[in-house]
Design a protein around this ligand. Structure first.
Ligand code: NAD
Length: 441
């Protein structure tokens, strides 16, 4: 990702703007309109391009009707902007679509702490997805594996001929590997096509290829082909993020030690790991969704990756103390996201989200998503290792609860303050507070 933060940049309109920063002070206190203006200014995009964030200008029913089946409407979700992100030296505002209070605030907060040591540093492998072709009823699976490998070039060429555009773009089939998989119902020969899908998520692209080679692969193996589809265990398409969180900014050396303890429990204990990883996915799924990508594909990839060398379910991230006593967080996981294909180009809000991010490739998007996952994770583990998750969470959640109870925007601050003060962030209590308030006004 090219660095553009520190230099003065020509503005879209031609004038020289101030150096851009994702550290927009007072952002949360602005009106929605003013926030949009600040986002457009920082992302250097036309303010009008964010008008689609209004529900009545976003995904129309007639477009939705072309995206999926049996459409009767569309469902809105809040889109928030995480501030403070610096990824590989580049200042970034990150759109996040989520229904959960405190996620956007927590990511922004962790990104602010990471800024002290330069933000997030990221990398990716090549965007290689794999498709599987299952072959059943093979009498000599080991020999079949080698026969398939002897025909590697033929099968690769056959698969590659399916997507000339992808090849033109520098992608295409990179390899064929074959595994023998024993199961309770028989031993299967499973051929894998490795495909560089460039800026696509790649599912349709590789599925087409798997179907194209299936018959010939079955013939060579001497069996019957059955399943032909990508694997969401996209372990050849990894994204990584690393950040140093200064001990002082976290609350001191003891906090660093306790975060390491919290993270170590997640490494060792699947019960804690599930929740630790859920925290990571709070950030990841929100950006994946906002950009029109397939949240289930990314989630499946993440969970398939959360296996320790000894075979137990574990945490996706690691936290260590470095030689200076600061906390270092790292996250590495499969990240099958695209800038083309699926809803990325069709959904107006996804297009707007991608323009706010200003990423030039699927790899850059994958890196940003992973950085947000790490930020989200740090925020949660830090809260758990200090004051507990509820204080910050509940004060934000209180807005939700007060709204559910029927509070108007004018009534909201008073109701929220009471719910937090009473330590009773519940709808029944909010309703009581509201009737009291109305009776007294
Ligand atoms: P797609 O087929 O819509 O787009 C990919 C195609 O776009 C490529 O094959 C290529 O021909 C073309 N293309 C144009 N510009 C490109 C560029 N710069 N880089 C790469 N390709 C470019 O979409 P896809 O990414 O192959 O598939 C994604 C969709 O598949 C998502 O909607 C996903 O939900 C769905 N899906 C997922 C699964 C799964 O995850 N298990 C299974 C089936 C379908």
């Amino acid at each position: 990702m090219a660095s553009s933060a520190a230099t003065q940049q020509p503005h879209r309109s031609g004038r020289i703007s101030m150096p851009r920063t994702s550290r927009i002070s007072g952002f949360r206190d602005l009106s929605v309109e003013a926030r949009r203006a600040a986002v457009a200014e920082t992302a250097d995009i036309a303010p009008e391009s964010l008008a689609v964030l209004d529900p009545d200008q976003g995904l129309r029913v007639d477009l939705a009707d072309r995206l999926v089946e049996n459409v009767v409407g569309v469902m809105g979700l809040p889109v928030g902007i995480a501030t403070n992100f610096v990824v590989n030296g580049r200042e970034l505002l990150v759109p996040m679509a989520t229904e959960e209070a405190s996620v956007v605030a927590a990511a922004s907060n962790a990104a602010r702490i990471a800024r002290v040591h330069g933000g997030f540093f990221t990398s990716t492998t090549a965007p290689v997805m794999q498709a599987q072709v299952q072959i059943v009823d093979v009498t000599d699976p080991e020999a079949a594996r080698l026969r398939l490998l002897e025909h590697r070039d033929e099968l690769v060429a056959l698969a590659d001929s399916q997507d000339p555009l992808l090849r033109e773009l520098g992608g295409g089939v990179r390899d064929l590997t074959v595994r023998v998989v024993p199961s309770r119902a028989g031993t299967y020969v499973v051929a894998h096509l490795h495909v560089d899908v460039r800026d696509a998520m790649g599912a349709n692209a590789v599925n087409t290829m798997a179907e194209a080679v299936a018959d010939r692969a079955g013939e060579i193996a001497g069996g019957r082909t059955l399943l032909r589809i990508l694997t969401n265990k996209a372990d050849l398409r990894l994204a990584r993020a690393r950040a140093v969180f200064a001990a002082d900014a976290l609350g001191g050396a003891a906090v660093v030690d306790d975060i390491v303890h919290g993270a170590a429990l997640a490494e060792a204990d699947p019960y804690r790991a599930a929740t630790h990883n859920k925290g990571i996915m709070n950030g990841i799924s929100a950006v994946v969704l906002a950009t029109g990508n397939d949240t289930r594909a990314v989630e499946a990839g993440a969970h398939s990756h959360a296996i320790s060398p000894s075979g137990h379910y574990t945490s996706l991230s690691r936290f260590e103390k470095n030689a200076d006593g600061d906390l270092v967080g790292t996250l590495e996981l499969p990240m099958a996201v695209g800038l083309v294909g699926g809803a990325t180009k069709a959904h107006p809000v996804a297009k707007a989200a991608l323009s706010v991010l200003g990423v030039a490739s699927a790899a850059e998007l994958a890196e940003v998503v992973t950085a947000v996952g790490l930020a989200q994770n740090l925020a949660a583990v830090r809260a758990l290792a200090t004051e507990g998750i509820q204080r910050g969470h509940m004060s934000l959640h209180a807005r939700n609860v007060a709204t559910t109870a029927g509070a108007t925007p004018e009534e909201l601050p008073a109701v929220v303050a009471r719910l937090v003060a009473d330590k009773a962030v519940r709808v029944d209590h909010a309703e009581r507070v509201l009737s009291e308030l109305r009776a007294n006004s």
